[in-house]
Design a protein. Sequence first.
Length: 149
Amino acid sequence: MRAVVQRVSEASVTVDGAVRGAVEQGLLVYLGVDRDDGEADVAYMVDKVRHLRVFPDEAYRMNLDVAQVNGKALVVSAFTVQGDARRGRRPSFESAADAGRGLVVYEMFCDSLSRQGVPVERGEFGAMMDVRSVNAGPVCILLESRRAF
């Protein structure tokens, strides 16, 4: 499982012109599910996202996590995060989970993060989505459950 996590002052996702999810201060999480991901990957990633200290404290140091600033998470399914562009110019997505498995793991991630005390807004799995965000910082963090980077 991979994620691109952005600290945002606002973010939203629309499908066919209708807003499906939106947050103000919080995290925008683009989540990519690998075909071999399971409960251990979900638990690792939820813990990382939940406790990622990317929000500034009084001294403007990144010491606070999303819950400490009363933030929310907008989680967008993005199989392209699983893309491998090491060879050639066209990314390969062969490691990405199929839609059925991807949906199950995506929902598992969102539900678990919500149970950890972070309000979660969601995109629409499998849909063509327009994502708008104001990246605060900018802060962009790459996470991978297999710790490959």
